[in-house]
Design a protein around this ligand. Structure first.
Ligand code: NAD
Length: 282
């Protein structure tokens, strides 16, 4: 079975549109884009489009690559104070000279749509989240949509980043899975992954998860988005996941494609987080 992110994301957006019709306030999301990183620009554009689709006002604040940490903090502080603004998102990666952690900690936790502020991360790991990070939440929504039981299952998360791997493990644990987190120092990765009923790959290495690593019948979720050269396309590249889709789909019982999988869910859950925070603050 193909777990179709397009179908689930569109259902999530439709559901939100209905909820927003009953909500008394016009929602407003502020997105900060520093510099000219091509992938970041395209992510920000897709977030803007998605806001428009469900009727959320979005404001993209484009800032020069040379901005200092202090100046960027000032921009965030003024958005924190602005009553109109329900959610603030700083698109990462930021230029190397900017202290990313300091920036993320400047965002008011009650407007932190990405769930990156230590207060929200802490609540998440205590099992008391207000919002959940968009990509891992998107994965959980795919599993829920397709009626895939998580409780009691063995799950392997490959990758331990703060954005995907760690919160993904926290959400699976909260859903009562037995979770193994694999990373760059894991010995016998294949052996660990082969035990799992649910595999979530979030590494950033094209097609590194291969057929032999997957237990027959497992559910495979591919978070990876990697550009690989492809001279036959207009852009000269195409996107592939961390999972060797062609091989793994032969043994898995269900799998997400790339593109068309988790990426679309990330944006849908960002919209939901904007609403959730606005509701909590109202
Ligand atoms: P990251 O570079 O911060 O983390 C990668 C993780 O992979 C690290 O924890 C590292 O320990 C682990 N790793 C590296 N080599 C490994 C190996 N050989 N074996 C096992 N683990 C290994 O990356 P990230 O931000 O977590 O993103 C991971 C991937 O997910 C990237 O391709 C990124 O583009 C993609 N991503 C997709 C979405 C989405 O919306 N679908 C959102 C965020 C990130």
């Amino acid at each position: 079975m193909i777990l179709d992110g397009k179908v689930v994301a569109s259902a999530r957006k439709e559901e939100l549109k209905k909820v927003l019709q009953e909500f008394p306030k016009q929602l407003h999301l502020a997105v900060i884009l520093v510099g000219n990183h091509p992938a970041s620009r395209s992510y920000v554009a897709s977030k803007e489009r998605a806001c428009h689709e469900v009727g959320i006002d979005s404001q993209v604040i484009r800032l020069d690559e040379g901005i200092t940490t202090g100046e960027l903090k000032e921009v965030i502080i003024s958005l924190n104070r602005d009553e109109r603004v329900d959610g603030i998102l700083v698109q990462t990666p930021l230029p190397d000279h900017i202290n990313e952690q300091e920036i993320l900690e400047t965002i008011d936790p009650s407007k932190d749509v990405d769930c990156f502020h230590p207060y929200n991360v802490g609540r998440l790991f205590l099992g008391q989240p207000i919002v959940q990070p968009c990509t891992p939440k998107g994965v959980m929504e795919i599993l829920r949509y397709y009626g895939i039981e998580v409780s009691g299952k063995k799950a392997a998360v490959i990758g331990r980043s703060n954005i995907v791997g760690k919160p993904m493990a926290a959400l699976l644990l909260q859903a009562n899975a037995t979770v193994t987190i694999c990373h760059s120092r894991t010995q016998n990765l294949a052996e660990e992954v082969k035990q799992a009923d649910i595999v979530v790959a979030a590494v950033g290495k094209p097609r590194m998860i291969t057929q032999e690593m997957i237990k027959p019948g497992a559910i495979v979720i591919d978070v990876g988005i990697n550009r690989v050269d492809d001279p036959t396309t207009d852009k000269g590249y195409r996107l592939v996941g961390d999972v060797d889709f062609e091989g793994v789909k032969e043994v898995a019982s269900a799998i997400t494609p790339v593109p068309g999988g988790v990426g679309l869910m990330t944006v849908a859950e960002l919209l939901w987080n904007t609403y959730t925070l606005a509701r909590c603050r109202s």
